[in-house]
Design a protein around this ligand. Sequence first.
Ligand code: HEC
Length: 146
Amino acid sequence: MNWKTVAAAVAFAGIAIGSAMAADGTHEAREALMKKIGGAAGSLGAIAKGTKPYDAEAVKVALTTIAETAKVFPDQFKPGTETGDKAASPKIWENMDDFKARAAKLSADAETVLAQLPADAAGVGAALNTVGGNCGGCHQLYRVKE
Ligand code: HEC
């Protein structure tokens, strides 16, 4: 191993340890999951816009990240975790079925697109329209701007 490999391994382990330590249902844990979704959507956006070259593997990874993260996201909103998170609206707990359905729809849309993997930048743009159409509605209802 040269120093670069070691440094990369250490940095990676640091991220893994950090996320393992984030307690369920905290603002930090919720934010970390949404950041993963945001990062994945961002990399799809860069390909769609042409600021990054089309890369089938990167598209696959980003869509898989969105599909899997959206699945576990509602687990962060268990009963009794309503307090202390200024970014998460109390409406989430009042309308938990709708909130879960929105997360499930995001995950399902990402999986649908994944099954017919977009083959070029235009395809990624169309996919992002489908998948990204789920973001705003949920944020408007359930995310409080800090
Ligand atoms: C099921 C509802 C829901 C869906 C769907 C959803 N989000 Fe979110 N998002 C939230 C909530 C709730 C928060 C605030 C969580 C918190 O900070 O405690 C949030 C926060 C965020 C944040 C801010 C994280 C931070 O650093 O504070 C980003 C970025 C984000 N979402 C991106 C996205 C993107 C991109 C999509 C679509 C691909 C998406 N979200 C879809 C509910 C949703």
